[in-house]
Design a protein around this ligand. Structure first.
Ligand SMILES: *[C@@H]1O[C@H](CO)[C@@H](O)[C@H](O)[C@H]1NC(C)=O
Ligand SMILES: *[C@@H]1O[C@H](CO)[C@@H](O)[C@H](O)[C@H]1NC(C)=O
Ligand SMILES: *[C@@H]1O[C@H](CO)[C@@H](O)[C@H](O)[C@H]1NC(C)=O
Ligand SMILES: *[C@@H]1O[C@H](CO)[C@@H](O)[C@H](O)[C@H]1NC(C)=O
Ligand SMILES: *[C@@H]1O[C@H](CO)[C@@H](O)[C@H](O)[C@H]1NC(C)=O
Ligand SMILES: *[C@@H]1O[C@H](CO)[C@@H](O)[C@H](O)[C@H]1NC(C)=O
Ligand SMILES: *[C@@H]1O[C@H](CO)[C@@H](O)[C@H](O)[C@H]1NC(C)=O
Length: 398
């Protein structure tokens, strides 16, 4: 009997499987041009061009007699330019009732958008996949200076005022249905008919953030005119509590990115640094009894640099009350988040502080995910936590 060589069978198998499988999601990868007008600052601070400099920078900026960042401002730095931001838009292949609700995700420091799409056991950890399966559409992006987005000057350009405007700018583009026209399409995945995804215009936009990303959302929602840009907020890795800011840059060691890995971080210039050790990553993001060591290894592989300018501008960018934000907001924190609550978030939520920042929010609710540390998408039982977030939205018509 004739039997075809094995490689033919395998190749045919792949083609047939490919044709028969319809993915549950369709995605486009975009290079978005985001217009930004923002007021950054020039600061007096040491330069970081080596790992020796990175340690010196840490000591210098945290020495008790060093003036605060506000007192180290030299002058304003007016930003008026378009930034290239790498983003990915995904919609469910089977459109349900929630497909018009867009979740727009901002990752935290030390990551890029892969934080939302963990590739170790994605069926358990990928927030992107879970969100699409729950029926929503999803837009994630690499913050300025991370991933495949533009990596401009780490001192004067990659600062919070600019990042706030990038988030607001992306939100405006998405809400008005102009995201695609402001972008170059880099690739598409499982898109058989481009009509739906290229014309996607959300009916509602829910912002989801992690840690520094949630903080950027908080800042954005408090800027005049921006509170209305959101129909709901999922603040993960953020909880207003008395231990916030107890741990800071003194607690973790950074290395100059390009020295740490000259190949991987070839495009990161002066002023970009990265958490060097797995022990620091574990301390900051994870919690024993509740992580798979494979995820620590993965985290170490996908980690991303941060900038000197982000640290300098953190304390010079004021949180303003988000008077115009009149939507539901969930604070989703790990029960044992070391960074956020000094290791135990139970009983630490400060409602008065929350109300000061979000005076008109609907049903501000804290939720502590059991046994979890700072990075909830990289912790065991992640997907059960995602259901809590979707249920909260569902209870508010989202
Ligand atoms: C994105 O577009 C800009 C021009 O707008 C270009 O300079 C940059 O190389 C592009 N980035 C990618 C990843 O294609
Ligand atoms: C910190 O660095 C600045 C700028 O290089 C320098 O002027 C200052 O003396 C340094 N302070 C300390 C405490 O090292
Ligand atoms: C940003 O891009 C838009 C559209 O291409 C262009 O009209 C505008 O002049 C650019 N802005 C700056 C500051 O370059
Ligand atoms: C693509 O989808 C659109 C909207 O769902 C539909 O109107 C159009 O006929 C489809 N095109 C093809 C080639 O199937
Ligand atoms: C560095 O940037 C170049 C030009 O944009 C790009 O082709 C290359 O892939 C980047 N290298 C890395 C390691 O990301
Ligand atoms: C966390 O704090 C709560 C409230 O004080 C306490 O009941 C609980 O035992 C603490 N958990 C741990 C692991 O220390
Ligand atoms: C997993 O998470 C869900 C949702 O927060 C929670 O109800 C459940 O108790 C968690 N399970 C464990 C074993 O921590």
């Amino acid at each position: 009997m004739f039997s075809p060589p094995l490689f033919v069978v395998l190749a045919l198998g792949r083609i047939v499987a490919g044709a028969a499988t319809t993915s549950f999601k369709q995605c486009v990868e975009l290079n978005v041009s985001v217009p930004v007008v923002a007021t950054n600052h020039f600061f007096i601070q040491p330069r970081v061009d080596s790992t020796i400099d990175a340690v010196d920078w840490q000591q210098n900026t945290t020495t008790w007699s060093t003036p605060s960042a506000k007192d180290r401002i030299i002058s304003e730095n007016h930003i008026n330019q378009n930034f290239s931001i790498h983003a990915q838009l995904c919609i469910p292949s089977q459109k349900g009732l929630k497909a018009g609700i867009l979740q727009l995700a901002t990752h935290g420091l030390g990551f890029d958008k892969r934080y939302w799409d963990v590739q170790v056991q994605p069926e358990e950890y990928s927030y992107l996949d879970a969100t699409i399966r729950a029926g929503y559409s999803f837009l994630s992006y690499d913050r300025l200076g991370t991933g495949l987005s533009e990596k401009p000057n780490a001192y004067d350009t990659v600062q919070l005022p600019t990042e706030i405007e990038i988030l607001a700018g992306l939100t405006k583009l998405a809400r008005s249905g102009q995201l695609i026209s402001a972008s170059t399409i880099l690739s598409t995945t499982d898109v058989s008919n481009e009509t739906d995804i290229l014309n996607f215009k959300p009916t509602k936009t829910v912002h989801v953030g992690h840690a520094f990303g949630s903080y950027l959302m908080t800042l954005m929602l408090g800027r005049p005119g921006y509170g209305q840009l959101s129909d709901g907020a999922l603040m993960t890795g953020l909880l207003f509590n008395t231990y916030l800011n107890v741990l800071d840059v003194k607690s973790f060691n950074h290395e100059f990115a390009k020295e740490y890995d000259p190949v991987l971080f070839a495009n990161y210039t002066s002023g970009y640094f990265v958490l060097g050790s797995k022990t620091d990553l574990q301390k900051l993001f994870l919690r024993k009894t509740n992580f798979d060591p494979a995820l620590l290894t993965y985290l170490n592989e996908i980690k991303q640099p941060e900038t000197v300018g982000e640290y300098a501008s953190e304390s010079t960018t004021d949180v303003l009350p988000a008077n115009d934000f009149k939507a539901p907001i969930l604070f989703f924190a790990g029960e044992f988040d070391w960074f956020l609550c000094l290791g135990n978030c139970t009983g630490t939520y400060n409602e008065a502080m929350t109300r000061q920042v979000f005076p008109n929010a609907i049903d501000p609710t804290p939720y502590l995910q059991p046994n979890t540390g700072h990075a909830n998408t990289l912790s065991l039982n992640a997907s059960a936590g995602y259901q809590v977030m979707y249920n909260y939205l569902g209870n508010h018509g989202l």
